[in-house]
Design a protein around this ligand. Structure first.
Ligand code: ZN
Ligand code: FE
Length: 262
């Protein structure tokens, strides 16, 4: 089993690190300093970098990390030409062997067109998903390049993974996502309890992540587009039709305009 840790970076990013006690990989290093400090502190060897998409807050640390060590840098198909440092392009269905474990690449377009996620069934206790800016706790990524159709399909693929999967998101957006989720489902008790627990964590400056897919299925409105109360809320807010896709599309628009009051 691999250890999973998260390194806070920039204003609200997390760089996820996996290690086996001697070698380590990191996902989406938006800056190098927190990674260098951690591998120094724990005397680890950085052997690989996994990139989920091309945004600067996920890739800008790559050059400083590859200048130092011999590191394999995995990125989406086409990224060798666009993201400095990428040595290995990987697309949907690719299987990687990293730190002695198997990882699978899942294409998840929506936030960007090139977005991919990495899933390791043996990483952490119940498997781990590194989903960048696609799935957040109680939320999902904004649609910068892709369509609602794409993002909805991407989230459905991620939601098909096992309940115990540790969901390692690239941002600490949980508080604002939970505020929106509660506005959609004011009577969801699991959601209310989780929000209270996250308030305690954030007050102590602790991450609310990783979350699990099992929990997200209970609290994340974007994974709950078939739940009658969520459908009713979307319809009341102008949703045309009650298909899961229509509800998802309306929720994403509602979230874009949502102002957190607390
Ligand atoms: Zn992004
Ligand atoms: Fe980001």
């Amino acid at each position: 089993m691999l250890n999973i840790s998260c390194l806070p970076a920039l204003s609200d990013n997390y760089i996820w690190m996996l290690d086996n006690g001697s070698d380590a990989l990191v996902v989406d290093p938006g800056e190098a300093v927190p990674v260098l400090a951690e591998i120094e502190r724990r005397r680890l060897q950085l052997t690989a970098i996994l990139l989920t998409h091309h945004h600067g807050d996920h890739v800008d640390g790559v050059p400083a990390l590859t200048a130092r060590d011999d590191v394999d840098v995995y990125g989406p198909t086409g990224s060798a030409a666009t993201i400095p440092g990428v040595t290995c392009e990987v697309g949907d269905g690719a299987e990687l062997e990293l730190l002695g474990q198997r990882f699978e690449v899942i294409a998840v377009p929506g936030h960007t067109l090139d977005h991919i996620a990495y899933y390791g069934a043996q990483a952490g206790a119940g498997g781990a998903l590194f989903c960048g800016d696609t799935l957040f706790s109680a939320g999902c990524g904004r649609l910068f390049e892709g369509t609602a159709v794409q993002m909805h399909a991407s989230l459905q693929r991620l939601a098909a993974l096992p309940d115990a999967t540790a969901v390692c998101c690239a941002h600490e957006y949980t508080s604002s996502n939970l505020a929106f989720a509660v506005s959609v489902e004011p009577d969801n008790e699991v959601l209310a309890r989780h929000r209270a627990a996250c308030r305690v964590l954030r007050a102590a400056d602790q991450p609310t992540l990783p979350t699990t897919l099992g929990l997200e299925r209970q609290i994340n409105p974007f994974l709950r587009c078939a739940v009658p109360t969520v459908v009713a809320k979307a319809l009341a807010q102008g949703c045309v039709g009650d298909t899961e896709l229509a509800v998802f599309t309306r929720l994403r628009l509602m979230k874009d305009g949502f102002q957190m009051l607390t």
